[in-house]
Design a protein around this ligand. Sequence first.
Ligand code: ZN
Ligand code: ZN
Length: 121
Amino acid sequence: MAQIVKASCDCGFEGSATVGGTMASFKERSGFPYQCKDCKDLVTVNIASVDRTCPECGGENILSYHRPPREDATEDEISDEEFTQANDLARGVWLRLCWSENPCPACGKNTLKFRRGIRFC
Ligand SMILES: [Zn+2]
Ligand SMILES: [Zn+2]
């Protein structure tokens, strides 16, 4: 299951990215949002590949939006957090995309919010 997520920030930045992959091809192509520091943009990086680069400029100056739970968070706090996740098959971990307080690629503040867009299989 893949879904499009929309991002927006108070500074006016808007973008979208894909989380996950489709049934037919998730082993070759599965997305997760990253910020490219060179493009100053939100991009979808193919996490089915071990080599991860920006799809726009081909550079490696990219930062994942994956945010693991705080180590001291209680189970209630973790289940209260709003996030969606994607299976990072290449590395055998789950990646979490939290909806709020993400770093904005345009202004650099932790005010980028994601919201659910369309889902496809
Ligand atoms: Zn780039
Ligand atoms: Zn911003």
